[in-house]
Write a protein that binds this ligand. Sequence first.
Ligand SMILES: C[S@@+](CC[C@H](N)C(=O)[O-])C[C@H]1O[C@@H](n2cnc3c(N)ncnc32)[C@H](O)[C@@H]1O
Length: 258
Amino acid sequence: MPISDNSQKSHVGDLPAGRPLQTDFNAEFGNDLDYPRLGTVSFRRGTLTDNQEALWDEYWPKLGTVLSDEKIDVDAWFGRPGAKTIVEIGSGTGTSTAAMAPLEADTNVIAVELYKPGLAKLLGAVVRGDIRNIRMVRGDGVEVLTRMFDEASLDGVRIFFPDPWPKARHHKRRIIQSGVLNLIATRLKPGGVLHVATDHADYAEWIKELVDVEPQLEYMGWPWEECPQLTDRQVITKFEGKGLQKDHTITEFLWRRK
Ligand SMILES: C[S@@+](CC[C@H](N)C(=O)[O-])C[C@H]1O[C@@H](n2cnc3c(N)ncnc32)[C@H](O)[C@@H]1O
């Protein structure tokens, strides 16, 4: 059944901590790729306030879903066939996702995040602000793209301030890897845009090494004046703000699906 209205499901949203994921990623994209190597994803625990719990129970079944093998029927979920659709991986608390929504009201935004309290915060903003163009998926963004989206189905993918995993032995956990770039390329429509931003100098260097690694993605550099999606950087994200306070330089990367 395509995901369009899962309000009949009783208890969506609670994933056990540290649950090993059966990944399809390596099957589809080859087992020599760097991501995911660990075999497990640790879902961070977090507590919701009573208000957030109540809001979650009432609104998550319509506005959110969890990682599964059901393809998302985007047109039905948003109720407006044909609108552009962008996936944001790692939306955190969703502060900037919610703030950007009115600037891109014609675009469907699907925020993917592992961290339930972050999603609960975004859900609160969506409900209070009557924001119509955001939906949420709880799960690993790589798995969500692999299992829940068809090839050539997205107009954009955003990854803003991904976890930098600064220690050398943890670099393999960085989400920007050749295999993930290949996955993203397959999910983008021709002309679709991948946008990555980081405030971490070493991660920026890491990404620079990879800008041309995926043949289906044309690296557009920064700035790219005609980029169709630059509303997304009119709002500073929470982690960007933290980086700016430490005088970090923000580095942006844009690719276009050939
Ligand atoms: C450094 S925070 C940035 C949050 C937000 N984009 C911002 O700029 O404020 C990175 C976020 O990505 C999430 N994350 C990390 N790996 C992820 C994955 N594989 N799939 C989805 N979310 C992920 C983390 O839980 C965290 O909330």
